[in-house]
Design a protein around this ligand. Sequence first.
Ligand SMILES: [Zn+2]
Length: 245
Amino acid sequence: MLPEVENLLVIQHRDQKIRSLDRELANLPREEAELRERVEDDQAAVDQIKSELQELEVAMKNLELDIETRRDSITKLKTQQYETKKNDEFRAMGDEIERYGKEITSLEDDELELMEKAEEVKTRLKEAEARLAETTGDFEDELSDLKESKVNLEKERAELVESRTKYSEKVDEDMLDVYDRLFNGKDGIGIVGLIDEVCQGCHMKVVKSTTVAVKMEKEIAYCENCGRILYWWTDETDRVVAQYE
Ligand SMILES: [Zn+2]
């Protein structure tokens, strides 16, 4: 293998790793936002159920007041009933007492219904609060995990950049420019193996003279289809590159 090819393969290996680390790093803020969103959503659910419960409590209180008013009226009417001497007045008051009584029964039915609803809402509130407590508890852990990953990824990246610089100093500057352009323009593959006369970058068969040039390993050869730098691939070349991992 040409020393230039070997160096370029190591550089490409570093570049590909740096690229994937950059993707992971770029994802971290979104992951953090998702963690915060989860807590906010669970908090919003708790708030929503609490206000539902509050509305029910207000409605029950109002019913309670309505019932109380009617009970007072009945008490008053009963007193008046004993004070009156007129039969028709007595009867009219009796009718009114009966009407209030029926209204109280109906209001008490409504109240009972609201009480049952409130029980159901309280159960939901308990569940939502438990969920919120869990999410909030996990939040700090997951946030510190994210911060730790960021530190590790950045450290790994710095090491790769340092190593990349070391190897790039061994490669001719113009050659490195060509490789850089290819790597950035061709999906992160600037240098690629030739296997059975086929360029593994564009998967096209190259012409005979290219195959010969690649196999000779006298100078750098290129794929005439995609322009990528080619090298003669064997199991051995993989082993050579693997030792730089
Ligand atoms: Zn090609």
